[in-house]
Design a protein around this ligand. Structure first.
Ligand SMILES: [Zn+2]
Ligand SMILES: [Zn+2]
Ligand SMILES: [Zn+2]
Length: 317
């Protein structure tokens, strides 16, 4: 296998991507050579969406079976977690068809197979990652291979100029904020500022691009101008913005950005409202079961304990 050649293929459209991922469409041999197709383990973010209002205590195995009956192109259902690994009432659902994702997002609901139960959905945005140059420790600017300070590396431990040494015993000092932690520490204020900058960029750009009628155009461009390291990230910006956007004046773009932000907020609030509703239903159920226990206790008291007390009382007299 010494001269094995591998090719990385980039798809130009979601249609092409889906065809490339369908192993049954590939020929048996290429130029009479045997070959192997490795399908990406992660789907592009435009093939995922978030369903909300799915109680954190639900077992997703049954849920997955139920939604798959309704949407056969679902490949994976995964519970969303917050910091510390706590499950929340949201799940990420990966599809093999971008068309299905767009359809569901357009209807804003995900149906269960009984067609009566539905859950609000949201577009999926990947978490914002902060890159750090391992040579000079700078955030979100370049990778070590392109570092402009190649000859003056900065230590990730002490923040001083010396080549990489994982055992450096100088006093720990962050190269970015000069505080007492290693470069890249999550509490580094320079890193936090970078993260916030990234988040606000993400909200503005996605807020604009996620407008339902344009969703299809942005399927491959949602994150291309940001530094994500996801290995399935298409490296080409195949679909340029529509001419409509170019011809619009900047003020109308501003207005539509604002409108999209409002729409996103409304979506978010609807999701939160549904979460609250589910929580109320749960609390109600718990109250009801408490009430039942109390009733049982009452019956037990009046039918068992009271006659016993009377009997004991009579015995004493
Ligand atoms: Zn650097
Ligand atoms: Zn050092
Ligand atoms: Zn720091």
């Amino acid at each position: 296998m010494g001269n094995r050649k591998s090719f990385l293929l980039y798809a130009n459209s979601s249609h092409q991507f889906e065809r490339l991922c369908n192993k049954s469409l590939w020929p048996l041999t290429i130029c009479s050579c045997n070959y192997i197709v490795d399908i990406p383990s992660k789907v592009p973010t435009s093939y995922s969406l978030i369903a909300t209002g799915i109680p954190a205590q639900w077992d997703l195995t049954d849920f997955e079976l139920d939604v798959k009956k309704q949407y056969p192109s679902i490949v994976k259902v995964e519970r969303m977690l917050v910091r510390g690994g706590t499950p929340i009432a949201k799940v990420r659902i990966d599809f093999s068809s971008n068309e299905d994702v767009q359809k569901i997002l357009k209807h804003k609901r995900l149906l269960l197979d009984d067609e009566n139960t539905s859950f609000p959905v949201q577009q999926y945005y990947p978490p914002f990652k902060i890159l750090r140059c391992y040579n000079c420790q700078q955030y979100n600017d370049h990778v070590a291979a392109n570092c402009p300070r190649k000859d003056t590396p900065i230590c990730f431990r002490c923040g001083q100029n010396h080549p990489y040494n994982p055992n450096c015993s100088n006093k720990i000092c962050c190269a970015n904020c000069k505080e007492e932690h290693l470069a890249g520490n999550p509490s580094c204020r320079v890193k936090i500022a970078e993260r916030n900058k990234g988040k606000s960029n993400l909200i503005t750009s996605n807020g604009y691009k996620s407008y339902p009628t344009k969703a299809a155009f942005t399927a491959w461009t949602t994150t291309t101008n940001l530094m994500f390291t996801s290995d399935c990230q298409p490296s080409t910006t195949a679909m340029a913005p529509t001419s409509l956007e170019n011809s619009n004046s900047s003020s109308s773009i501003e207005i539509s950005k604002k409108l999209d932000l409002i729409l996103n907020k409304i979506d978010y609030l609807t999701g939160e409202h549904d979460n609250l509703k589910t929580n109320f239903i749960n609390v109600n159920q718990q109250l009801r079961s408490c009430q039942e226990t109390i009733n049982l206790l009452k019956i037990f008291l009046s039918e068992q304990i009271c006659p016993l007390i009377v009997e004991v009382g009579e015995g004493i007299m």
